[in-house]
Ligand binder design. Structure first.
Ligand SMILES: *Cc1c(COP(=O)(O)O)cnc(C)c1O
Length: 313
């Protein structure tokens, strides 16, 4: 297995690549003379979709090269990344362990997302929020991984540890393929940012003259620093022309005010396409606000990356 768009990929993880690039006629964009394209990464794979496929597959090959038989990773109770990792583990026959933020969840019924992880064979370890927050500290991380592996038959030496959201150097290099697929196709390529790993790779893969725009879905204004750090880890320095826009998080991760919900409902009706609400709806909302405010010159082509499918109802 290699990380290029041309495979070969292990059975069960074969992608639809390059993902489709679809022009759409949108009222607000058309009125401003701006062309909107949707880059349909949500269609890459049915169980490991979107940017999660682009980030995980290079980690799976690195894990295999390191002789690992177990994947350990981290996420919140609704994490798309945990679900994708659990599915990939099942498809490849790897043990997966998910370290979940919030030890109070251990005594409650699993929500649908975690239930899906468990059905795919992921072992779930619930940890208190204070320890979870400190997992960037190498000592805390080592202890969390050791605890997580207890009873699995795996040792830390045979585990491949993937950070929260799946963003590490391998993942960022995998996302450079997304930029390469879009070379020459748009002036601006926009993506929603959680950890910033997808933006970091995308920006590196674009061609000269193309700009990458990240729309933060979390508050705090820390993403520029994160993206810079991820590019350093992946490429040894900053790459490409990119920036993060912090105006559209709507109050924080998972926050959806009435404005965002009305926008997303309207977009779905206009385009006959259901939207993932945590990331993709905020991206399209932010872009629509920007285009309506005249922030893109007429004649600009904007490609919006649809990084994942809507949540299962
Ligand atoms: C995880 C996720 C993101 C965030 O990607 P980062 O690389 O963490 O910035 C964006 N969109 C969707 C649909 C996701 O599941």
């Amino acid at each position: 297995m290699d990380r290029s768009a041309h495979g070969p990929y292990p059975h069960g993880l074969r992608p639809r690549l390059p993902s489709p690039l679809q022009p759409v006629a949108n009222r607000q964009f058309d009125a401003s003379g701006v062309r909107l394209l949707l880059k349909r990464d949500d269609l890459i794979h049915s169980e490991v979709p979107g940017n999660k496929w682009r980030k995980l597959v290079p980690n799976l090959s690195a894990a295999r090269a390191a002789g690992a038989d177990t994947l350990v990773t981290f996420g919140g109770a609704h994490s798309n990344h945990l679900r994708a990792t659990a599915a990939a583990g099942r498809l490849l026959g790897l043990t997966t362990v998910g370290v979940v933020r919030g030890d109070e969840l251990a005594d409650r019924p699993l929500n649908p997302s975690l239930a899906r992880c468990a059905t795919d064979g992921m072992r779930l370890r619930f940890v208190d929020r204070a320890a979870y927050r400190r997992k960037a500290d190498p000592g805390v991380l080592a202890a969390l991984v050791e605890d997580a592996l207890a009873g699995t038959g795996s040792s830390p030496g045979s585990a491949w540890v993937i950070p929260e959201g799946g963003s590490n150097a391998e993942a960022v290099r995998g996302c450079a393929d997304l930029g390469e697929e879009l070379r020459g196709a748009a002036d601006v390529v926009a993506v929603a940012c959680g950890t910033g790993g997808t933006l970091a790779g995308l920006a590196a893969g674009l061609g000269p003259g193309q700009r990458a725009l990240g729309v933060a879905v979390l508050r705090g204004g820390f993403l520029t620093e994160e993206v810079r750090g991820l590019q350093h880890a992946a490429f040894g320095g900053t790459r490409g022309d990119w920036r993060v826009d912090d105006r559209f998080h709507g109050g924080g991760f998972g926050r959806t005010g009435p404005g965002l919900t009305a926008f997303a409902d309207g977009f779905e009706r206009e385009h006959g396409l259901r939207l993932e609400r945590i990331y993709v709806a905020k991206l399209l909302y932010g872009l629509t606000e920007m285009v309506s405010a005249g922030e893109f010159a007429p004649g600009t082509t904007v490609a919006a990356v649809i990084t994942g499918p809507p949540d299962p109802a």
